[in-house]
Design a protein around this ligand. Structure first.
Ligand code: NAD
Length: 423
């Protein structure tokens, strides 16, 4: 059995993992068990069927979800994922992580997530548009600028957000900019949103390096995933002078110990749809990539890629989780015992939701900011959250993950106590 097959075999239920994390954090930070019990469940899970007229004249029915985990601190916020392997429990876990992420960043949002079980790569643009519009219509009573605000995630992009915005707006009779974030600039998107998640990752890595008196030019980075986050991060890192020594996509990895020419990699991927065969690099597998010796390993693809079966072979000095949930709790313990610093997802990849918040604020005010303002405010929020997490880690003698989750859970728990349990 290859490591990738083993990964599929070993894949644990993501919602159980998210609950295990919450349980551990609740105990470490002394959160009232009654509150942990409330937070261990999602407020609302909606499952819809999405019939779509396909180009070949047949009708296919897709399964869709929208899950709200918590709205104690404000409207729910969370992306929409189009992926063939999507499950309800995965969406629930992702919704819970969004609650912690928003709370850690100090945003006035709760957590949500949604998605449709489909492979967007094999759908035509027309099929994708009909699927998106029907899915939006099915969840139209769940979403809204004061209720629940979707955004892009794996397999969705600004065009999908534009269709959601248009479908919602046509139904209510006027344009509602605040219903969705990650929109194209021409219809009320925010400058800086596209690269925001990667930029947040960059700020986290930079702050962590500074703690050790290091800088980007002496840093070797490995990135798994070359989509919105991985590609933008590779570009930003190479602009900062870091050496990006490996990149990957679903087809596999490309490696050059002396540093990959990132603009050439972006052009190669655009032309050939894969990184494989990038001149000046050697091909490798995604499993090899996780085990490469480097200063910073950035998983920027899917969940559970660092597991109990490969955590002891990770040779990175630091892991920065651009993807959501890339490390299982058991692997986390191994990494912690080995002294590998892990910057957790709720901190590392929060740049996207921070700029989504900026987009929502700009949409409500119909007043748009300049890119340097967006980036400067993003830097302030991410670095503040990093420093708060770093000091909680030192105060409680724990990992960055437990510290980040601890701060977030404490904030949501405090808001719940202050509001009181309804009725
Ligand atoms: P994307 O769909 O744009 O890109 C995903 C990339 O991962 C693609 O290059 C794909 O080829 C690669 N990939 C998929 N499966 C893989 C595998 N098994 N091995 C290696 N590579 C694989 O998605 P994205 O928006 O870049 O999101 C990536 C991760 O970051 C996800 O976990 C997502 O939840 C998280 N995230 C994204 C944002 C955002 O703003 N886009 C925000 C926060 C977190």
């Amino acid at each position: 059995m290859s490591a990738t097959e083993a990964a599929t075999h070993l894949r644990e239920n993501p919602f159980s993992l998210a609950r295990t994390q919450l349980q551990r954090v609740g105990e470490t930070f002394g959160v009232d068990p009654n509150l942990t019990t409330i937070l261990a469940d999602c407020k609302k899970t909606v499952e819809v069927s999405v019939p779509v007229a396909m180009d070949d004249g047949t009708t296919r029915v897709f399964e869709g979800f929208r899950v709200v985990h918590n709205v104690t601190r404000g409207p729910a916020k969370g992306g929409i994922r189009y992926h063939p392997g999507l499950t309800r429990d995965e969406v629930k876990a992702l919704a819970m992580w969004m609650t912690w992420k928003c709370a850690l960043m100090g945003l006035p949002f709760g957590g949500a997530k949604g998605g449709v079980v489909c492979d967007p790569k094999i759908l035509s643009s027309g099929e994708l548009e009909r699927l998106t519009r029907r899915y939006t219509t099915e969840i139209i009573n769940e979403i809204g600028p004061e209720k629940d605000i979707p955004a892009p995630d794996v397999g969705t992009d600004s065009q999908v957000m534009a269709w959601i915005f248009d479908t919602y707006s046509m139904n209510v009779g006027h344009s509602v900019l605040g219903v969705v974030t990650g929109k194209p600039l021409s219809i009320g998107g925010s400058v800086g949103r596209d690269g925001a998640t990667a930029r947040g990752v960059l700020y986290c890595i930079r702050t962590a390096l500074q703690k050790e008196g290091r800088r980007f030019p002496d840093t070797r980075v490995v990135i798994q995933g070359f989509g919105n986050v991985g590609r933008n991060l590779a570009r930003l890192l190479s602009e900062e002078g870091a050496r990006v020594i490996a990149l990957s996509d679903t087809k596999g990895a490309v490696v050059n110990q002396y540093g990959i020419d990132v603009p050439a990699a972006i052009a190669h991927k655009a032309e050939h749809a894969v990184l494989e065969g990038l001149p000046g690099t050697e091909d490798a597998t995604n499993d090899d990539l996780i085990e490469l010796e480097c200063d910073v390993l950035v998983p920027a693809a899917l969940e559970q890629v660092i597991r109990v079966d490969n955590a002891s072979r990770v040779r990175a000095h630091m892991i920065c989780e651009a993807a959501n949930g890339p490390t299982t709790p058991a692997a986390d313990e191994i990494l912690e015992d080995r002294g590998i610093l892990v910057l957790p997802d709720v901190l590392a990849n929060a740049g996207g939701v921070v700029v989504s918040y900026f987009e929502w604020v700009q949409g409500l005010q119909e007043y748009f900011w300049k890119e340097y303002e967006v980036n400067a405010k993003l830097n302030d929020i991410v670095v503040r959250a990093f420093e708060e997490t770093w000091s909680a880690r030192e105060r409680f003698g724990t990992s960055m993950r437990t510290a980040a989750y601890g701060l977030a859970v404490q904030r949501v728990a405090e808001a719940t106590t202050t509001r009181g349990l309804y009725p």
